[in-house]
Design a protein around this ligand. Structure first.
Ligand code: FO1
Length: 305
């Protein structure tokens, strides 16, 4: 029995979580997912990272995009467009079922953590999936051109083009029920290959979380390969936020004081100083990639004990 708590954002993190969920028994893995990206769209509550992890674990995610469902259609979006409604965020027809049921349950007073557990169980997800908080906590982006944008408006509507001056989190800071208990019981904490600023830090900055994580062996997988982000705007963000040039080592420095070891792409080992490093294949394109990388990470972590 190895009790693992893994922190995750969207696509990259979700793929490692898929491997961890296959490598560990159901009772051994708690996945804590960023909800700083959540927002209201078409009157519905959308939780992109939670859904990405849930669909990925259920083998229902769209293979290339990584987010949303496979075999999706966008007839509703077409009709919304025809009405002149907001069409910058592409909610698929099948994906809408998730947002409808989640919104209905939240309005009836069910907390997000319970709705998530219910929906995930119906999709056959056996790992424990926990939103980082039941309360609203929104990732906000202050841009160099002097605006403050909620995450999805910056990321999707403006295509992450405006340079970033600061990232901050607006709202409650109480972790979801059970999160601190899961951390206390954990023998290993994994930081997924997700964006530190907009996926992992929103979780680490919740009340009591960083202190609880510091008590544990922590291993991170780098979301940077060479000088490029595996996905998304992380590389430019690192430079804009003064933590660049982007590298696996720069990510390790961002998490300083927290890590017992770091997993990086083979060839990037030298960028990380003062920490045990495992170099391996970290591009997680297939389920086999995810399974192999997760097993390598768990083996590396066991050797650090
Ligand atoms: N990302 C996009 O770049 N464009 C979209 O239209 C879009 C729609 C979408 C719908 C549901 C969902 O769960 C995720 C979606 N994403 C979309 C991805 C999402 O915005 C980001 O990947 C995450 O928030 C960042 O981790």
């Amino acid at each position: 029995m190895t009790r693992v708590v893994a922190l995750s954002g969207g696509v990259g993190g979700a793929r490692l979580m898929h491997g961890l969920a296959r490598a560990l028994a159901p009772g051994e893995l708690t996945i804590v997912v960023n909800t700083g990206d959540d927002f209201e769209h078409w009157g519905l509550r959308v939780s992109p990272d939670l859904d990405t992890v849930m669909y990925t674990l259920a083998d229902l995610a769209h293979e290339e995009r990584g987010w949303g469902l496979a075999q999706e259609s966008f007839a509703t979006l077409e009709m919304v467009r025809r009405y002149g409604g907001d069409d910058w965020f592409a909610l698929g027809d099948r994906d809408l079922a998730t947002h409808l049921l989640r919104t209905e349950a939240l309005r009836a007073g069910e907390p997000l953590s319970r709705v998530t557990a219910r929906l995930a169980a119906r999709l056959g997800v056996t790992a424990r999936l926990l939103p980082m908080t039941d309360a609203p906590r929104r990732t906000m982006i202050d841009t160099r051109d002097g605006r403050t944008l909620p995450f999805q408006e910056w990321f999707v509507r403006e295509r992450a083009a405006p340079a970033v001056r600061r990232v901050w989190y607006d709202g409650a800071s109480a972790p979801a029920p059970g999160l601190l208990e899961a951390l206390r019981a954990a023998e290993l904490v994994v930081l997924g290959p997700s964006n530190p600023y907009v996926s992992i830090d929103p979780i680490l900055t919740l009340d009591g979380v960083r202190v609880a994580v510091e008590e544990k062996p922590v291993v991170a997988m780098s979301p940077i390969i060479g000088a490029l982000a595996v996905k998304g705007p992380l590389a430019s963000m690192m430079t804009e936020l003064g933590e660049g040039p982007p590298s696996a080592g720069a990510v390790a420095r961002h998490y300083r004081g927290l890590l017992r070891g770091m997993v990086v792409e083979r060839g990037d080992e030298a960028s990380v100083e003062g920490l045990p490093v495992l170099g391996t294949e970290t591009r997680l394109r297939t389920r086999a990639d995810s399974a192999r990388a997760a097993r390598a990470l768990l083996g590396f972590a066991a050797g650090l004990a």
